[in-house]
Design a protein around this ligand. Sequence first.
Ligand SMILES: [Zn+2]
Length: 326
Amino acid sequence: MTDRRVPDGAPTTHPSTSRRRLLRGGAAAGVGALTAWAGPGGSAHAAGPRPATRTAHIVARRTGPYEVLALLDAHGTFPGRRQHWFPDAAEADWARAERLDPAAFGPDDTWELDFRCYAVRRPGGRVTLVDTGIGPVGSPASPWAPVPGHLPAVLGHAGIERDDVDTVVLTHLHEDHYGWTVDATGAPVFPNARHVVQRTEITALAAGDSALAYVIEPLRRAGLLHGIDGRVRVQGGPGGPSLTAVPTPGHTAGHQSVLVEGGRERVVITGDVLVHAVQLVAPSVAYGLESDQATARRTRRRLLDDARARGDLLAPAHLNRPFLRP
Ligand SMILES: [Zn+2]
């Protein structure tokens, strides 16, 4: 099919393969240097020298009984120029996006982005974690992402022990979203947690995809893999506070987002439905690594329309703002 708009040299096949090519493409373009952020020093809430444009490591919002914590795993520069990854974006789109997320605009037309996970803490201290970041040095994201991520330390600063986490929702199986799922020995980092993944996402993995060996097989062996189909409530009951996994396909086949319904205000942990503010101001703008750009566009429009109608707060993984209204 030729209706997918993929930038020159950009991958058209599988995400993991894609990202390796992405790295080579970036290096070939002379933009291979990825900036690893120094990360947390002392307290996550503490100061410390840090460019003003960088978001804090932990930002909390409350909705009803839930505390939603945005946890910054890392910040870095994406390889290549931003227009390469969003070829449909017009100058006016970039200008509007820059007003919304100025920290995303690096020198030489680069794209600066956060790599963020979210934790939802319930009364009593039990936690649902959404995504596990880029992981340590040597993780599958290492060839292109600013490893090491700092999620374990940031969780500690938030007062979250690994055993407190009883559910991990993986929005999708790209390597910047599952990096801290297992440790260096392949043992699950969150041994008390069921790990919720759309079954479609697992079956869409190509043979040899690093997610199979790094995440799916270890979780399956440990009895912690929890495949779901479609919209599934993962916490709470009908009519009360709840967390719900909702299919939001397009970025990947089995991509899902998480609706946090605690009180009047709903928080939507979007995953990668939109990866840059330019897709918020112009939802039809495709991202070069979306596995199905037409579906991704439809999903994005629907999610944003719905969020605007309901007054939802968005919690995106890669914008440099952990919470924002669309
Ligand atoms: Zn991502």
